[in-house]
Design a protein. Structure first.
Length: 171
């Protein structure tokens, strides 16, 4: 390899690193909650407009984002417990069981939301609770018909095998 090829490879490596840094910065969350360095509580930062049209979809977007952040944090905590060598076998087994349940619930929630959107619902939020109950919030103006309710319950039962389903309509 000559000097010219080395310079080209080094330049390409620098460009790849820069692209990675930019991608990380651009994909960071749009919502920031928590304390800032001065110790005061900061408010949520959102790049959404606050007009009526966006505020209706914001509920679903913010709820999904909050759920994903909470699940990621919980999964990371459980993973840390599982990997800790100072934890007893019983505690590791329990953490592993909870980790698996949360991962499966997250997967089921996503599949249920995608399936219901595919059936024509504008926006859907599904939450599977530890008690074995599913809560489905559907975006709509009118009350759901019996057919819609049955369809939602069938989707939840088919994917997550949960019979107790609570359905809400949110505008």
């Amino acid at each position: 390899m000559n000097k010219k090829q080395g310079i080209i490879i080094a330049t390409l490596l620098v460009l790849i690193v820069c692209a990675g840094v930019l991608a990380t910065k651009l994909n960071s969350p749009l919502y920031v909650n928590g304390d800032d360095s001065s110790g005061t509580k900061s408010s949520a930062v959102s790049f959404n407009n606050t007009d009526k049209k966006n505020s209706k979809t914001t509920f679903f977007d913010e709820a999904k984002l909050t759920r994903e952040q909470k699940n990621a944090q919980t999964l990371q905590t459980l993973k840390t417990l599982i990997d800790d060598k100072n934890i007893s076998k019983e505690n590791k087994d329990e953490a592993t069981k909870k980790y698996t349940e949360l991962a499966m619930s997250t997967n089921y929630e996503s599949k249920i939301e995608t399936t219901l959107k595919g059936k024509g619902y504008e926006d859907v939020l599904c939450s599977i609770e530890e008690s074995g109950k599913a809560r489905v919030i559907v975006k709509g103006k009118d009350k759901l018909t019996d057919k819609d309710t049955r369809e939602i319950k069938n989707v939840v039962m088919g994917i997550a095998k949960i019979q107790e389903v609570e359905i809400e309509v949110k505008q």
